[in-house]
Design a protein around this ligand. Structure first.
Ligand SMILES: C[S@@+](CC[C@H](N)C(=O)[O-])C[C@H]1O[C@@H](n2cnc3c(N)ncnc32)[C@H](O)[C@@H]1O
Ligand code: SF4
Length: 386
């Protein structure tokens, strides 16, 4: 039975944890294997873990499958195909399903795009990161601008839908430099573009460099200006933000991302993957073991490698809904908040946030954060969650 707390959205996230090298800014669950990865062995574990989650989620209709990483473009097309077959054996697949693979834009990887399409992939998301060679090298990337542009072109010629990522607010980056780079990117982008401000995460090489005073990061004012300029330029180019860092032409939004932010249901398979499942009207937060080898061993022994399988309270669910949904331009539905939490949003609090210009109510009744409120989103969420 589908839970009453469901909005009918259901997606599958598949985490491929391996990379050719570790980028100095990255804190994703990515590992550089010392010996070649035995994909045939790993795929058995993915199939087993999918079966585990399938038994818990009968009757769901899959609207999105996302291969993320790590570097999924290091997967053989056969590995991707086998995982997609296993998914189709367990669940019904929506006719408009979006099947995305995250790819690094080296020429070796772009050469696999055709095979990925034959395997069932219908959208790729490329980690271009910069359209300038010097910052690419500093970011530890293994591709050049020329290679990245070629990979984008190849992706666009093979797939109807594609996207690429850029990182801005980088060390030493000026407004003028970013303006020129972003305008170039908008000329290349077809339907979707992700623009992330560089964040410095603990445990990364960039974290140590910054601590040692060797990473001249933009200050808060410059970061805010870079962000505002990004919003203005993308909006006037017809690619406004539908989420803080994600831009799309109308209808080209990533369905996978929307499942997260609209607080749908998704399973996460693979090392360190996260999921949110509804079982007998209770929402579970799941995550799996991060170490690829341990993950695979545990899955093969017991069917899953969960390190977290927490039941969320109604309050926790509603807080997560706010946290995710208020990232979206479309905002959140106060009635869904009520349905999830069993309580109404505080009218006085909304009035106060509205008065200072941080939130607004849309004609459809949704509540959204304004341009002015987005830079202080966490504080707005905290106020509403109280
Ligand atoms: C899972 S990552 C990487 C996918 C792929 N392996 C790659 O590197 O292109 C997805 C995206 O997150 C962004 N990202 C990763 N670390 C970041 C950081 N510290 N700050 C901002 N963006 C980051 C990058 O734009 C990257 O393309
Ligand atoms: S940024 Fe991408 S390629 Fe670099 S280490 Fe992280 S996941 Fe791997």
């Amino acid at each position: 039975m589908i839970s009453e707390r469901s909005n009918g959205l259901f997606g599958i996230y598949v985490h491929w944890p391996f990379c050719a090298a570790k980028c100095p800014y990255c804190d994703f669950n990515s590992h550089v294997a010392k010996t070649p990865v035995d994909q045939g062995e790993f795929v058995k574990a993915y199939i087993k873990e999918l079966a585990h989650f399938a038994a818990l989620t009968p009757g769901r209709n899959v609207q999105s499958i996302f291969f993320g990483g790590g570097t999924p473009s290091l997967m053989d097309a056969k590995t991707v195909e086998t995982i997609l077959e296993a998914i189709a054996n367990h669940w019904s697949i929506d006719p408009g399903v979006e099947i995305t693979l995250e790819a690094n834009p080296t020429s070796v990887e772009a050469a696999r795009f055709k095979d990925y399409k034959s395997a069932g992939i219908n959208r790729v998301s490329l980690g271009v990161q910069s359209l300038r060679d010097e910052p690419l090298a500093r970011l530890g990337r293994m591709h050049s601008v020329t290679e990245a542009k070629l990979a984008v072109g190849i992706a666009q010629s093979i797939f109807d839908r594609s996207s690429f990522d850029l990182i801005y607010a980088r060390p030493n980056q000026t407004l003028k430099e970013w303006e020129a780079e972003l305008n170039e990117a908008l000329l290349m982008a077809v339907g979707h573009l992700s623009l992330y401000q560089l964040t410095i995460e603990q445990g990364t090489r960039y974290f140590d460099l910054r601590a040692a005073g060797k990473l001249p990061m933009p200050d808060a004012d410059l970061s805010a200006d870079l962000y505002l300029m990004t919003q203005e330029i993308t909006a006037s180019a017809g690619m406004p933000a539908y989420e803080i860092s994600n831009h799309a032409r109308i209808g080209e939004e990533s369905r996978h991302n929307l499942i997260y932010w609209r607080y749908g249901e998704y399973i996460g398979v693979g090392p360190g993957a996260h999921g949110r499942l509804l079982i007998e009207d209770i929402r579970y937060a799941t995550s799996t073991h991060k170490q690829p080898k341990i993950w695979a061993e545990q899955v093969m022994k017991t069917g899953s490698a969960l390190v977290c399988n927490d039941k969320l309270t109604w309050e926790e669910e509603a807080d997560e809904y706010l946290l995710m949904g208020l990232r979206l331009r479309e905002g959140i539905s106060p009635s869904r908040f009520h349905q999830l939490s069993g309580r109404l949003l505080d009218k006085g609090q909304i009035g106060e946030l509205d008065r200072i210009g941080f939130v607004e109510t849309l004609p459809n009744g949704n509540l959204r954060v304004t341009d002015k409120g987005w830079p202080v989103l966490d504080a707005v969420v905290a106020d509403l969650a109280m």
